[in-house]
Design a protein around this ligand. Structure first.
Ligand SMILES: [Zn+2]
Length: 136
């Protein structure tokens, strides 16, 4: 049930095994990439609907776009009707096993994935459940 945040860059090196294969071997369905479209060690990684659309500017500290993401995510959650972002969040809220979210950010440290965890906790709360029942 707990959701945790991890960095793809901090996956322990295992000889000849691509980090994505390592994650599939180790965690099966219990991990999810939440980053943008990427190309890493000769593999394409599909963008997550929960990826952070804001990039850290070179002049700003890591995590400076997490607050922007929190604002963006809340706006996305409130979109009426078919809502892909809310759909993914609801599937995370319904997930009953441990779940590992993977981004590029060094952990421990700021990352938009911590906002995702907070949003999932909110969806699981009575307030979140009431929101889902009454949303247009
Ligand atoms: Zn991150």
């Amino acid at each position: 049930m707990p959701i945790s945040v991890h960095s793809i860059k901090q996956i322990p090196p295992s000889q000849g095994v691509h980090p994505l294969d390592y994650l599939n071997d180790q965690y099966g369905e219990s991990w999810m990439y939440v980053g943008r479209r990427a190309y890493y060690r000769r593999r394409h990684m599909k963008p997550s609907p929960l990826a952070n659309p804001f990039r850290v500017q070179a002049s700003q500290p890591r995590g400076s776009c997490v607050a922007q993401y929190r604002h963006w995510l809340w706006q996305q959650i409130q979109i009426a009707g078919t809502n892909p972002v809310l759909g993914v969040l609801c599937s995370l809220a319904a997930w009953e096993d441990d779940l590992r979210l993977y981004c590029w950010c060094q952990q421990p440290g700021p990352c938009h994935a911590h906002v995702i965890i907070a949003a999932v906790a909110w969806l699981r709360s009575s307030e979140g459940q009431a929101f889902l029942i009454t949303r247009p």
